[in-house]
Design a binder for this molecule. Structure first.
Ligand SMILES: Cc1cc2nc3c(=O)[nH]c(=O)nc-3n(C[C@H](O)[C@H](O)[C@H](O)COP(=O)(O)OP(=O)(O)OC[C@H]3O[C@@H](n4cnc5c(N)ncnc54)[C@H](O)[C@@H]3O)c2cc1C
Length: 435
């Protein structure tokens, strides 16, 4: 471990230990996690797809900058490949990763802590272990689940649903629980809903539905998946549900969840009511909590929060603060021509690269280049035989300054683990993964 990093981690531990043995509760200001040096510092909150890409590429593009990643969770859980993992089709080592090897290889500091606030006036983030000053801040905090849309202020019921019926859409740690449920499902009604758009990785719930249909059919389980869908379904999935899994999947269109009663195991939509034996529940999604605290959420024409970040579409800095850059699924709409960028890991990592180039240029006092990200997404529409769809999105700035999106889809009826090869390359880039 490099000496600087060793010293930094020692400082964190000392700060944490100091509080644990009874530092006065009124000890403000909280201790600085790391004193500020003459070097400009970039603090990155979130060690996900966007944050880790920003960290790696900043170290390459601007080695003189001090880069610190703050991440609350001990392990990195991958959304990509996770549906395959649920059915035992890929190994756990592709799903759960350690972030430390990438930090050591690329030479940035990694702190495990939750950032509770951004103090934009002081250019400082606050964590449970102390504070950290920044010159540039990258927020790659992902999404939050808006349980208030279902339960209002009733946090106890929200917590119950989060614990009993997780979808693992916000954090992959719940995947193990879902796998246990699927492996133990002996029959009856398994209900899964989709959140309204926009949400993280739109094709992934359909992929999971096809996977569950296949598991029920191949295991000979007398049960069905009720899929409540408020959004238009892609024809490829509709065909699979109707033709291959007619007895296993009931796809219900125009079905937006209004309320959930976890005790009675009942879900109510605008038009109907459904009982379930088991459920995977997905409330509407929004940008992660920290963006709300930092005052970086966009507003619509009526002044209501859009639920998503408000960023400059070309440079990805927050419109309200040029020192803060935003990456990943938390971003708000990019263009009136297509709305949001796809909320994918590939897209988040490309945004991390873009932001690294922006900060490197601005820190050096140079005009930043305009670079646009792209997205590649692999999704299985069936599992026996396997059928893969690859969705590519490319972007360009038009003459009127608007960003335009071109989408191409490739249907592959004879895939060769292309998604696995893509994921391994991504893990090598972001996590110093060794094959
Ligand atoms: C089932 C499923 C399948 C998917 N399949 C694909 C696929 O095939 N291809 C693809 O490209 N994408 C896929 N995705 C989408 C992909 O996982 C997301 O788009 C990606 O994770 C977004 O990256 P992000 O950096 O915005 O957020 P995240 O990866 O969620 O990272 C955010 C990080 O910030 C941390 N954090 C948040 N708040 C704080 C705080 N206050 N303090 C400290 N840390 C904090 C979180 O712990 C988290 O680690 C899939 C997703 C799912 C759920």
């Amino acid at each position: 471990m490099p000496a600087g990093r060793r010293a930094f981690l020692a400082t964190c531990l000392a700060a944490a230990a100091g509080r644990a043995v009874g530092a006065p509760a009124i000890a403000t200001p909280w201790p600085a996690l790391k004193p500020k040096s003459a070097r400009q510092r970039v603090v990155i909150v979130g060690g996900g797809w966007g944050g880790l890409a920003a960290a790696r590429h900043l170290r390459e593009l601007a080695p003189d900058l001090d880069v610190v990643v703050i991440e609350r969770n001990a392990s990195f859980w991958s959304g990509p490949l996770s549906n395959r993992w649920l059915a035992g089709l890929v190994d756990t080592r592709y799903i759960v990763h350690d972030r430390a090897p990438a930090a050591a290889r690329h030479g940035y500091d990694l702190v495990q802590a939750e950032v509770t606030a951004v103090d934009r006036d002081r250019r400082r983030v606050v964590t449970g272990q102390g504070t950290l000053d920044y010159d540039w801040l990258v927020l790659g905090v992902g999404i939050r689940e808006n349980f208030a849309a279902w339960f209002g202020d009733d946090r106890a019921t929200a917590d119950l649903v989060r614990a009993r019926h997780p979808s693992a859409w916000r954090s992959g740690e719940a995947l193990a629980e879902i796998k246990r449920k699927l492996d133990g499902f002996a029959g009856g009604d398994l209900l899964m809903n989709l959140p309204p758009m926009p949400y993280r990785c739109p094709p992934a719930p359909y992929e999971r539905a096809a996977l569950i249909g296949w598991l029920l059919k191949s295991r000979g389980i007398k049960g069905r998946l009720i899929l409540l869908d408020p959004n238009p379904v892609a024809p490829a999935f509709r065909r699979v549900f109707e033709e291959r899994y007619r007895d296993q999947i009931t796809h219900v269109p125009d079905a937006r969840v209004q309320s959930v009663d976890p005790q009675a195991k009942r879900v109510v939509t605008e038009f109907d009511e459904y009982r379930f034996d088991e459920a995977i529940l997905m409330p509407p999604q929004q940008a992660g909590d920290l963006l709300w605290q930092a005052g970086l959420i966009g507003r619509d024409r009526d002044g209501k929060p859009t639920g998503w970040a408000d960023q400059d579409p070309l440079h990805l800095n927050a419109r309200a603060d040029e020192r803060i850059f935003l990456v990943g699924d938390a971003l708000g709409p990019t263009s009136p021509l297509f709305g949001h960028y796809p909320k994918s890991g590939h897209m988040a990592s490309r945004q991390g690269r873009v932001v690294a180039a922006e900060i490197a240029a601005r820190a050096a006092g140079v005009e930043p280049p305009v670079q646009l990200p792209e997205s590649v997404c692999h999704v299985y529409s069936d599992f026996e035989p396997m059928k893969l769809v690859r969705i590519d999105n490319r972007y360009r700035v038009r003459g009127d300054g608007l960003i335009e999106q071109t989408t191409r889809q490739f249907h592959d009826a004879n895939p060769r683990d292309e998604d696995l090869a893509w994921a391994i390359a991504s893990f090598e880039e972001l996590l110093a993964f060794r094959r």
